[in-house]
Design a protein around this ligand. Structure first.
Ligand code: GDP
Ligand code: MG
Length: 596
């Protein structure tokens, strides 16, 4: 156990986390130059494009130190978005230390600080690492000073490196082995292992990633998941190299995987504790939380013939994403589909993109909603996440919406702008604290519906990227809720309906009409778009018809050019949905919620 180090790398986006991870893997001598490809750890396309890690991956690196000792370094990767903050907390709970990466030309930024706080919550050893020292614009002194003043860390022992050029990598390794403590715990005690990740493998079923705190586990053991008491016989244990490498056992201090005949991700819960059935521990490890969806939207195939294939795609997708929940749904405008629950708007967009790219589905997602609660005149309570099931307003005695405690961390200078944004979003009960000089943490009670859609993006914009944001649900609070309907050419499009606070209905109505005006292409005829509450029109916009036939100029001209144009139009149509006589692009339904 003395030779094990469990750590994670945390950083503001683009400060070089993936590059450093790859460099450590390469330098640890596990991959030849030929095998080495950029950003080994971020595997999914979407992750690369968006530069965020969605699904964390873990790797064990053998390292021979300067003094000749051989260590096992377990690098636990963490997802990088507020939708996945629970997963981050479980990954950090599995470590003893972190490398806090700071870009030498950018210095400390918002996410550096947010990540630092997360690491401090778990009492981890924090090693500041200044990266990109090869850049001409690198300012090491500035970075050091910010590490002192803004993070309150000792910068004297900051490690300097260039992940890209491979400079200072040995110093990083030496800092890991000399400064991060070895794990404690005892292999002789009963087994307690923390699940920090899990994924589906089509040959082996569910592969659980875990950190062993006490005890040992080997093939043939019967293990028990403490959250639900389910038991399984262990088929294989091992560690993560570039591929899985089986071992005879995993023991206290180690990080690795367990395969045990678990068939679906829904049977495994990140944060759960694994113990041995015949010699269990009495209390699970702290911090377990059931992850619940907070944003709901329906998925429909663009062409109703594709419904069976969507059923199939969702089943397969779900194998790799336990956080997605779904059930059947139907809509007048869109036909048969599914109502789905997501962790947040980013999670929703990821599901949408992956269904399209990896499963080749052409889908439409309806306007996202949170879950509202209505007490009816007969005393019964209904929970509604789908505007379709909005009860008859005459029967509603009380309407309630979910509230969160929002925690926003910003440099002092953005205080005014952020306060204004929070008030606009119906924030109440502001509280302030000053964790470090020049920084403010603002706590607000806010309606979840106001923040899940475009709050995060707005906050980023007004704070020039320095604002960080986290939230937790607190309770349901009374508020007058109404249903906003959208009419396109006089026809109500149920997939565009939304539940909103009465005070905000007009504002939303105007926004949706304006956004649809931009999203819906011109047709041969004039299209009226209207927002209505209880039959009363509260907003409107008009799309004027187009004048010229687009293909007209090609007639008699170059035939291949004409074909290309038609093909382009056809591809465009594939991502449109006919609603009455109007084509609505797929993107419109989610886009209406986003301000620009
Ligand atoms: P992440 O978002 O923290 O994972 O950052 P990446 O590892 O994806 O790096 C962001 C960008 O910075 C990429 O274009 C990298 O090539 C670049 N980068 C990373 N490390 C260095 C470095 O040490 N020097 C220079 N010049 N560029 C770097
Ligand atoms: Mg990255």
């Amino acid at each position: 156990m003395e030779q094990i180090r469990n750590f994670s790398i945390i950083a503001h986006i683009d400060h070089g986390k993936s590059t450093l991870a790859d460099r450590l893997i390469q330098q640890a001598g596990m991959v030849s130059e030929r095998q080495f490809r950029d950003q080994l750890l971020d595997t999914m396309d979407i992750e690369r494009e968006r530069g965020i890690t969605i699904k964390s991956q873990t790797i064990s690196l053998p390292y021979k130190s300067k003094s000749g000792e051989v260590f096992e370094l377990n690098l636990i990767d963490t997802p990088g978005h507020v939708d996945f903050s629970y997963e981050v907390s479980r990954a950090l709970a599995s470590c003893e230390g972190v490398l806090l990466l700071v870009d030498a030309s950018q210095g400390v930024e918002a996410q550096t600080l947010a990540n630092l706080y997360a690491a401090m919550e778990h009492d981890l050893t924090i090693i500041p690492v200044i990266n990109k020292i090869d850049l001409p614009s690198a300012d090491i002194e500035m970075a050091k000073e910010q590490i002192e003043t803004e993070l309150g860390l000792d910068s004297e022992h900051a490690v300097l490196c260039s992940a890209k050029e491979g400079l200072g990598i040995e110093d990083v390794f030496e800092a890991i082995v000399s400064r991060i403590p070895a794990p404690s715990g005892s292999p002789e005690k009963p087994l307690s292992a923390l699940i920090f990740d899990a994924h589906y493998d089509s040959f082996r079923g569910i592969i659980v990633s875990c950190r062993i705190f006490d005890g040992r586990v080997r093939q043939g053991d019967v293990i028990r998941f403490m959250s639900n008491g389910a038991t399984y016989r262990v088929e294989e244990v091992g560690v993560f190299r570039l591929t899985r490498e089986p071992r005879s056992e995993l023991r206290a201090g180690e990080v690795g995987y367990i395969i045990s005949g678990v068939k679906t991700l829904s049977d495994t819960r990140v944060g759960d504790t694994i113990t041995l059935d015949k010699n269990p521990i009495s209390k699970p490890l702290p911090g377990f939380r059931e992850v619940k969806p907070v944003v709901f939207s329906s998925i429909y195939p663009i062409s109703s013939d594709d419904y069976p294939s969507l059923v199939d795609a969702l089943e397969k997708y779900k194998l790799n994403d336990a956080a997605l929940v779904y059930e059947k749904d139907s809509s007048v405008a869109l036909g048969q589909g599914f109502r789905c629950g997501f962790l947040g708007l980013l999670h929703l967009e990821i599901v949408q993109e992956r269904l399209e790219r990896e499963f080749d589905q052409s889908i439409i997602m309806t306007v996202p909603s949170v879950q509202y609660r209505f007490t009816l005149t007969d005393g019964s309570v209904v929970v509604v996440d789908n505007p379709q099931y909005y009860p008859d307003p005459l029967r509603i005695k009380k309407s309630e919406e979910p509230f969160i405690k929002a925690s926003i961390m910003i440099p002092e200078r953005y205080m005014g702008a952020v306060m204004k944004l929070c008030m606009e979003k119906r924030g109440t009960n502001p509280r302030f604290s000053y964790p470090t000089p020049g920084r403010i943490e603002i706590l607000f009670d806010m309606p979840l519906s106001e923040v899940v859609f475009d709050f995060y993006d707005k906050l980023k914009t007004i704070t020039q990227g320095y604002g960080s944001f986290d939230y937790e649900m607190i309770d349901y609070r009374e508020g007058e809720l109404v249903k906003l309907d959208i009419l396109v050419n006089g026809e109500k499009v149920d997939a565009l309906s939304m539940l909103v606070h009465k005070e905000r209905a007009r504002e939303w109505g105007v926004q949706v009409c304006d956004r649809l005006k931009e999203e819906i292409p011109k047709h041969q005829f004039k299209i009226a778009i209207q927002g209505a509450v209880g039959g009363k029109i509260i907003s409107r916009s008009t799309i004027s018809p187009f004048r010229k036939d687009v293909t007209a100029k090609c007639y008699g001209g170059d035939i291949s050019r004409k074909r290309k144009l038609l093909e382009k139009q056809k591809a465009g149509k594939k991502r449109m949905k006919m609603v009455g006589s109007v084509m609505i692009p797929q993107s419109a339904f989610v886009a209406v919620l986003k301000t620009k």
